[in-house]
Design a protein. Sequence first.
Length: 133
Amino acid sequence: MATVELTAENFDAVIGGADMALVDFWAAWCGPCRMFAPVFDRASQKHSDVVFGKVDTEAQPALAQAFGITSIPTLMIVRDKVILYAQPGALPEQALEELIEQARKVDMDEVRATISAETAKAGGQDSGAGAGG
């Protein structure tokens, strides 16, 4: 599966509809981004059940800002609408494969329970998140 170009207009639909997604925040002028691009592309070919998206931070500055991207490349992994991983740096192929496998093994029920507990512990603080669950 080829990577999807993500924009402010399609981000929620593409990533929100995916069981698991990897997002590469990059820019054309960034040397490490160019080195990581073929690694990311090969992984997208290998893992057809995962959505692979790229955000050009030059073309989509508001999207990069919304996720607090201050260094590129930054890789973000989202499962069931929860960000499991977001770190800057170009990963070697083996490290990316291991990261994908680790993300697959995460117990999302446990993650949601932890998030709910932390939200409840925060108490009356308005985090901007809606009630429900």
